[in-house]
Design a protein around this ligand. Structure first.
Ligand code: SF4
Length: 267
């Protein structure tokens, strides 16, 4: 090959590697915003990375990206059987029960990990445990929880048919709103739960769950009732049951939203 052709081939290869690194860097940035503190590669990116380029991806990444790598090192792209999901969630729960990544560990009675069918098609995500949830170690057990059970039953399902979890696993004092640090520290637990369960649809309950998972500051009033995608999973947000207890006039809107979830599951 003559030297100028060799030079042009080299430049083409360099441009391709730079473009792949840009895709990877954008993805890491996006996931960091969502609170993912470990590196995961989309199959599309993975397939496009040649052996030589894969060596580049294996080079040390910034420390913040590696923070949880030792904790969550399973291949998140492999579809698990139900028994594998049960085992993976149980292992994860043991880890989360010991979590001290934010100051909420200091006053918790229980870590509220999540409950329900580990192989559920529908997963509800709320904000954070309240008083009763902290006492019992289970999400949505107070009055808001009873209302959520009614909402689930209104579409012909039982509570045990779905999986329920929160963004935060420990109760904020006096049920105050979660702060940004707590959300960033705790979100990887939820993201890992979603990766294991792989529901067909996620229904976010309330502002914090919707804004955190969609990485937006848009109000729940604007987000609710519309389909979005969260990491290739259908996503719909609606009002939190606790909000409905204070604003019963908006119950109709939630019935409308939840019927969309039902219709999607029946498609
Ligand atoms: S709220 Fe989440 S990050 Fe904070 S201590 Fe509890 S489990 Fe850990």
């Amino acid at each position: 090959m003559n030297p100028s052709r060799q030079q042009s081939k080299l430049q083409e290869a360099k441009a391709e590697v730079l473009s792949l690194l840009k895709i990877l860097s954008d993805k890491v940035d996006l996931e960091r915003k969502l609170g993912v503190n470990y590196l995961q590669l989309d199959p599309i990116i993975k397939n496009n990375i040649s052996q030589e380029e894969e060596m580049i991806s294996q080079q040390p990444v910034p420390e913040s990206v590696c923070d949880n790598l030792d904790t969550y090192n399973e291949d998140t792209k492999v579809e698990l059987s139900k028994s594998e999901k049960i085992e993976a969630l149980s292992k994860l729960e043991e880890q989360v029960k010991k979590c001290t990544k934010c100051e909420l560990c200091n006053n918790r009675t229980n870590v509220v990990f999540g409950t329900g069918d580990q192989d559920a098609d529908l997963m509800f995500v709320g904000e954070a445990p309240g008083y009763y949830e902290d006492e019992q170690g289970e999400p949505f057990v107070g009055k808001a929880g009873q209302l959520l059970t009614k909402i689930i039953e209104s579409i012909g399902l039982k509570r045990s048919d779905v999986y329920i979890a929160n963004i935060l696993k420990c109760r904020p004092p006096d049920n105050r709103n979660p702060n940004a640090n707590e959300i960033v520290m705790c979100s990887p637990h939820l993201i890992r739960q979603i990766e294991i369960i792989r529901p067909k649809i996620i229904c976010a309950l309330g502002t914090f769950a919707a804004q955190t998972l969609l990485d937006t500051k848009e109000t729940i009033g604007k987000l609710r009732g519309k389909f979005f995608e969260y990491q290739s999973t259908k996503f719909l947000a609606t009002y939190h049951p606790a909000y409905l207890l204070r604003n019963p006039g908006d119950k109709k809107k939630v019935w409308t939203d939840i019927k969309k979830v039902r219709d999607f599951l029946q498609e």
